[in-house]
Unconditional design. Structure first.
Length: 181
């Protein structure tokens, strides 16, 4: 399991919100990548770190960014589906089991893959371990169970901001269309 800490076991990795030239959120990038974009003059700092942290070198000083904006517009095709990941699924289902409503720890295929079910948003839900174990490879009708939520494909540009390695910065709120932080 990833803990959000660096490979060396140091402090957690910092992430920076990356905006397009039109101020729409694109994604989050590691602090190192954000600093490189600013130093190479491909992006501008929109908001600095709330603590006022400064990165210093022998010849320059740069405030640690929290939000950066690209200088040139990047066209992003929005017609693609949001990629299915464990972190995104847990976010969609609010960390709750789709069968009993308790805290979810695993994911489950509503129609088991062994019975022809697909690994797609419409067939995958968050589940607690006891429900996942009890359901096993059976169908809901066989157990007499019902889903508490209908599994759907999430939509909107804010789903690109889901990243299990960080927690959102409050300074991002004006740029994110719906709070996922």
């Amino acid at each position: 399991m990833r803990t959000g800490r660096s490979r060396e076991g140091g402090p957690p990795r910092r992430h920076v919100l990356l905006l397009n030239a039109s101020y729409e959120p694109l994604t989050t990038v590691p602090l190192r990548r954000a600093v490189l974009l600013v130093l190479r003059e491909k992006a501008d700092v929109v908001h600095g770190d709330s603590a006022g942290t400064v990165l210093k070198s022998a010849s320059a000083a740069l405030s640690v960014p929290s939000v950066i904006r690209l200088r040139r517009y990047v066209r992003i095709p929005y017609h693609r589906r949001v990629p299915l990941s464990r972190a995104a699924l847990m976010r969609r289902d609010s960390q709750r089991c789709a069968y009993c409503g308790k805290r979810a720890e695993t994911i489950d295929h509503v129609i088991p893959r062994s019975r022809g079910g697909t690994h797609a948003w419409e067939n995958v839900v968050a589940s607690c371990k006891p429900c996942n174990h009890r359901k096993a490879d059976r169908l809901l009708d066989e157990l007499g169970w019902e889903l508490t939520v209908t599994p759907t494909v999430p939509s909107g540009p804010h789903w690109r901001l889901i990243n299990s390695d960080h927690h959102g910065d409050p300074q991002w709120a004006p740029y994110v269309s719906r709070s996922v932080l």
